[in-house]
Design a protein around this ligand. Structure first.
Ligand SMILES: [Zn+2]
Length: 192
């Protein structure tokens, strides 16, 4: 029975590296996988999956209206897929998460999703909420706060390194960056 997996974490826990390593392992055995990431940026070089340790791979990009199920079934018809790997899974819509669930249940293709659990305000992303709700397996990946505790939160900081508490859930093309922190230090950073 194929399963729908959700590997969730804060920033910098190695989600993309793990995804790409998994893709590499299948490829090494001559098995085909389908790679997906969110189409948040149209600039060249963006949209591919890359990791901080230097691994990178091209991938299909999904938008909110992409029928991932139909596209994957098309691919699967030509050469059977060993699995589907989805990066930036926090940006999936609820419908797309159900599409992925059907790929596991009806087409028998394992689906591995990797994404952030929460945004810079500690709120679940839509894709993460749906995955936490219906995935067969939830796997937490761990990043580390400067204090040594597990980093579960994503602090948004502006160009000057100052904590940001308000704004859109996703700032595309902004200068903001994110720092993975434990909850205690996340709260202190927002209060400071
Ligand atoms: Zn900490």
């Amino acid at each position: 029975m194929a399963k729908l997996y959700f590997y969730y974490a804060s920033m910098n826990a190695g989600k993309s590296s793990t995804l790409l390593q998994t893709a590499f392992n299948y490829g090494e055995r001559g098995m085909k996988v389908s790679l997906w990431t969110a189409a948040l940026d149209d600039r060249p070089g963006f949209g591919a999956i890359s990791s901080r340790i230097g691994l990178a791979s091209d991938a299909h990009r999904y938008e909110a209206d992409t029928d991932i199920e139909a596209r994957v079934l098309d691919e699967h018809k030509d050469t059977p897929l060993a699995c589907v790997l989805v990066d930036e899974a926090q940006f999936l819509t609820r419908d797309q998460v159900w599409q992925l669930a059907r790929l596991a249940d009806e087409a028998g293709i394992p689906v591995l999703c990797y994404g952030l659990r929460t945004d810079f305000q500690g709120e679940l992303f839509p894709g993460s909420a749906a995955l936490l709700g219906i995935a067969d397996a939830l796997v937490e990946m761990k990043a580390v706060c400067d204090c040594g505790r597990k980093a579960t939160m994503n602090l948004r900081v502006d160009a000057n390194g100052k904590a940001v508490s308000e704004g859109a859930q996703t700032e595309i093309g902004g200068n903001d960056r994110y720092v993975a922190m434990c909850r205690k230090h996340f709260s202190e950073a927002l209060e400071g």
